[in-house]
Design a binder for this molecule. Structure first.
Ligand SMILES: NC(=O)c1ccc[n+]([C@@H]2O[C@H](COP(=O)([O-])OP(=O)(O)OC[C@H]3O[C@@H](n4cnc5c(N)ncnc54)[C@H](OP(=O)(O)O)[C@@H]3O)[C@@H](O)[C@H]2O)c1
Length: 234
């Protein structure tokens, strides 16, 4: 497997718990890490890295970022925006923003960044276990995640030899559930842990390890890597 030494790695939506862990792991292998999100001013980046602005709902911001950053070797799209709730309650603008983060934004990133990527470049998109195991109130996330997997397969064909892979995490204590409040979050994560075959929820490091594999294994493309503690099948 190749190493990430001197490779330029762009993490979009990379300020999250999982993104931070990927950034640290990539930097430890010698990569230059660039983190993009809607609030670059509050992002912590690994030593030697930079933070830039990208809003996946705004093509102009993607075009500007591509001109500013230039060629990257690895593009990882972690962004997620949430439009949860029963389908009859969904607000159309929130649904669009959620699909901007998971589907339309990644298509526009490929449009603006792929032309400058080297032949051994890699794109990683994020799906999630709700794609294969839908649950009530998560219709939009299930749809966005399944679309991200399809998009990765399709881009792997069109952009070859650039490799494109999707990674599908299970429930991960990444900070994404902090807004539930400590007690509700603990109850939710404990229930998820006890119904997972591995008996626990995931850590950001579990996911970062698999993303690093996707970035460095030259024979991996056009597939989804499920890293979910067995939740998809249990
Ligand atoms: N945590 C889990 O249990 C779990 C389970 C299955 C799948 N996943 C997937 O794994 C990925 C990472 O998860 P996470 O829990 O670490 O993420 P998260 O906390 O939900 O954060 C996602 C990031 O997306 C960014 N974002 C949202 N909308 C954006 C937009 N329009 N443009 C640019 N950035 C945008 C946010 O940054 P700003 O607000 O700063 O822009 C945020 O940093 C996500 O794709 C998620 O769906 C996570």
């Amino acid at each position: 497997m190749s190493s990430l030494d001197t490779r330029r790695v762009l993490l979009v939506g990379g300020a999250s718990g999982i993104g931070r862990e990927i950034g640290k792991a990539a930097a430890a292998q010698g990569a230059e890490v660039i983190v993009a999100g809607r609030h670059p001013e509050v992002v912590t980046v690994p030593e030697g890295g930079t933070a830039i602005a990208i809003d996946l709902g705004d093509e102009e911001s993607i075009r500007r970022a591509a001109a500013q950053v230039g060629a990257v070797d690895c593009l990882v799209v972690l962004a997620a925006d949430h439009a949860n709730g029963p389908v009859e309650s969904l607000d159309a603008d929130r649904v669009r923003r959620a699909l901007d983060a998971k589907v339309i934004g990644p298509i526009l990133l490929a449009k603006h960044f792929a032309p400058a990527m080297p032949k051994n470049g890699v794109i990683v998109l994020f799906s999630g276990v709700v794609s294969s195991r839908p649950s009530a109130d998560l219709v939009v996330m299930a749809t966005g995640n399944r679309a991200a997997e399809g998009l990765a397969d399709a881009l792997a064909v069109e952009l070859a030899p650039i490799r494109v892979v999707s990674v599908s995490p299970g429930i991960v204590d990444s900070g994404a559930y902090d807004s539930m409040g400590e007690n509700a979050k603990r109850r939710y994560l404990d229930a998820a842990a006890s119904s997972n075959p591995v008996g626990r929820v995931g850590s950001p490091g579990d996911i970062a390890q698999v993303v690093l594999l996707a970035l460095t294994n030259p024979f991996l493309t056009g597939t989804t890597l499920h890293v979910d503690g067995g939740r998809r099948v249990a």
